[in-house]
Design a protein around this ligand. Sequence first.
Ligand code: 5GP
Length: 200
Amino acid sequence: MELLKERIRKDGKIKSGDVLKVDSFLNHQMDTDLFVEIGKEFKRRFADAEVNKILTIEASGIGIACLVAQSFHVPVVFAKKTQTKNIAGDVYTTKVQSYTHGRIYDIIVAKEFLGKGDKVLLIDDFLANGKALEGLIALVEESGAELVGAGIVIEKGFQVGGDALRKRGVRLESLAIIESMDEETGRIVFRDDEEGSGTV
Ligand code: 5GP
């Protein structure tokens, strides 16, 4: 998605630990006009899929997921991160390791909002090692819902998550795939074929 790549080139800041900061339009201040375009692009890429629910993870996925959900005219559910020791009862739960903090935390979704008959599209801002998406997939599987695919705004293609998920057969669409980024020079190289498999 050219508009997004241009914005990353213009405003992205490369930090240590292979972290790309995009706080001026995605992760802190949010450019909702850009989010609308992102929503339309995911709708185009998953036009053939009968998505009836968007699932994301708090916090940074929520803003984008809302505008994606709006373009599909379906509800969005976000998995909550929780510190609670004893999680039981009316929630699906799994553990996720945070890329940016390294911590392991529980995520939960109430059973009333996900289940058999749902066709779920996962949405997140970044894909690095794939732990966040793996956690969301585990919740979808536990619920008996159908996983349609995953839409990622920025995939860091030099990290393992994207390849692992594609090998697993997950239909993954990333709007910008970064092949390499250099903290010293600020240079970002994108992969050309970010359309993924099965799309025009
Ligand atoms: P993963 O679980 O795939 O290793 O990492 C994905 C999650 O970590 C995303 O939900 C995102 O919040 C965060 N993340 C991973 N890499 C980056 C990055 O380079 N920049 C930012 N801003 N967040 C990242």
